[in-house]
Design a protein around this ligand. Structure first.
Ligand code: HEC
Ligand code: HEC
Length: 468
């Protein structure tokens, strides 16, 4: 009998021990930060004057080299819209350019953030809306042509004018041929950053003709995130790897033409104001009718299925700032992998001028993507970080996502039923006008959270998303 008791004890101890082992195993699996949503902590940001920031963005000289005003007009003609209601010479160039006077007193036209961060929607310009109409698919070719034409012309006619553009021409002609995307409608800014950084000394920011880093082969396609989302976010970029001072990242375009760190410091001094402006932007309101009863039903579905990642909206807002690991989100991996697996780029940045000083920035890549805030999401088609899904309806139901699809870039038509661009599907790849989700980096996989809902539930959810 005694033996029996002991045996029982022995067995239960064994059971206990194995349960404990299992528990430890589970614990260690779930405590692996690679496999569960991770909270991104906030970092200190500067305050600033939003109005000044806006003026700097639309008239300032954060790039100091560009085409002389006269040549620019010759090539482009005068802009007729003046969407930004600017005065003087600025009123005559498109919204993605500023006219600035350089140190030699020459008026030059420089490209600005609004090339990529503003878009016309329903006949008005929305500053902060990502420009999804740009064409990076033939930028190399176009740029070579422009470079030859302009440099040839200016070098013979006016050396002073050539001098005003040579930094921009040098950067663009070195990197543009390596920036081509496979299709139109996706942005190559990540590529731009990689290439520019490779040609700069990290500490002095001095230009190097030969790249100092290995340049990866891929041109990663992305969509452009809306600026009004940034005020809620504790980290920048789809991958959430932009940590520390946001102003340092906001000014990154300056390395297209920067001369030295004195110039970088001067430009940086304006970016507290620019950040204040970006944070002041509100999402545009959905301009068509919304069914209040259906959207109320949709709100409940949203709270049950979506809020834990995307937060809550309305009077009492919350946003959880979560980085969702690749194993859960399952969207295209090329972007996070490039950030996560390109140690040279990360190392360059983290020892560079941008990572130094009182307001350092740093890159902390992870294997996943941030769940973005969904304010004004109706306006930001196409969807997912690579712009692979044309409508929100298709984000919520992966079975209707088109493999090959195209939209009209010249006369884009908004579809207020499915929330996104009117598109047509194709049966096969059709060159650069048709999005091709079979290409590396362009996949429309992942984010399957809407699949388990019924058609009726998805309809209600779409109605609710119109209100955000
Ligand atoms: C060539 C196009 C281009 C230009 C020019 C450009 N950006 Fe961007 N910007 C992008 C793209 C694309 C992303 C997303 C990159 C990513 O997350 O991988 C981005 C990301 C951002 C973000 C992060 C938003 C977020 O929610 O994480 C901010 C803010 C921003 N840019 C501000 C600026 C400012 C300010 C300028 C001008 C000084 C500028 N950008 C110039 C294309 C551009
Ligand atoms: C586990 C977290 C998680 C859940 C749950 C979730 N999402 Fe997302 N969502 C994400 C992430 C991460 C992204 C960005 C993915 C990417 O771009 O690769 C995203 C992207 C989106 C986008 C595209 C945003 C854009 O501008 O490209 C929409 C729309 C969206 N989610 C809606 C929803 C809705 C509606 C639900 C509820 C049915 C939901 N999500 C549930 C994490 C989540």
């Amino acid at each position: 009998m005694k033996w029996d008791v002991h045996a029982k004890k022995g067995i239960s101890l064994l059971v206990l021990m194995s349960l404990f082992g299992l528990w430890m195993l589970l614990l260690s699996a779930s405590s692996d930060p690679g496999d569960k949503p991770q909270f991104i902590p906030p970092s200190i940001q500067r305050g600033g004057d939003a109005q000044k920031g806006y003026q700097y963005l639309i008239t300032g000289d954060y790039l100091k080299s560009g085409l002389p005003y006269g040549y620019f007009n010759l090539l482009n003609g005068k802009d007729k819209h003046n969407y930004l209601n600017r005065t003087g010479k600025n009123a005559t160039v498109p919204h993605g350019y500023n006219v600035i006077r350089n140190e030699k007193g020459i008026d030059v036209v420089v490209p600005t953030c609004l090339q990529c961060h503003a878009q016309v929607l329903n006949d008005s310009l929305i500053v902060g809306l990502g420009n999804t109409m740009l064409d990076f698919s033939n930028i190399g070719h176009g740029n070579n042509f422009l470079r030859n034409l302009v440099t040839g012309f200016m070098q013979t006619v006016s050396p002073a004018q050539y001098d005003a553009s040579k930094d921009l021409i040098r950067s663009m002609s070195t990197i543009a041929p390596m920036m081509e995307t496979e299709v139109r409608g996706v942005n190559a800014a990540d590529r731009l950053a990689t290439l520019l950084v490779a040609h700069r000394d990290p500490e002095t920011l001095e230009w190097k003709n030969e790249p100092i880093l290995d340049i990866p082969n891929e041109v990663i396609p992305t969509d452009v995130p809306a600026w009004w989302l940034l005020k809620k976010k504790n980290a920048m970029f789809y991958n959430g790897f932009g940590r520390g001072d946001f102003g340092k990242f906001l000014m990154l375009s300056n390395i297209l033409t920067v001369k030295d760190t004195a110039e970088a410091r001067e430009v940086f001094s304006h970016f507290g104001d620019v950040l204040a402006y970006i944070k002041s932007i509100k999402a545009p309101k959905y301009p068509y009718p919304i069914d209040p009863i259906l959207s109320e039903t949709g709100k409940t579905i949203f709270i049950d299925h979506c809020s834990k990642c995307h937060g809550s909206y309305g009077k009492e807002e919350s946003y959880p700032n979560l980085l969702i690991p690749a194993s859960i989100i399952q969207t295209d991996s090329l972007l996070y992998k490039a950030n996560h697996q390109n140690p040279q780029f990360i190392a360059w940045f983290n020892k560079s001028w941008f990572a130094k000083g009182d307001l350092p920035a740093k890159l902390e890549p992870a294997n996943g993507y941030m769940a973005p805030p969904l304010d004004g999401v109706w306006a930001t088609a196409p969807y997912l970080h690579n712009g692979s899904v044309p409508t929100i309806e298709a984000v919520l139901n992966s079975s209707i996502r088109p493999t090959y699809w195209k939209r009209d870039f010249n006369h884009p038509v908004y579809n207020s039923q499915s929330l996104g661009w009117e598109f047509s599907s194709a049966n096969q790849p059709e060159g650069k006008k048709t999005y091709n989700t079979k290409l590396p980096g362009y996949s429309n996989s992942g984010h399957y959270f809407g699949n388990k809902l019924s058609d009726q539930e998805r309809k209600a959810l779409l109605e609710y998303l119109k209100t955000l």
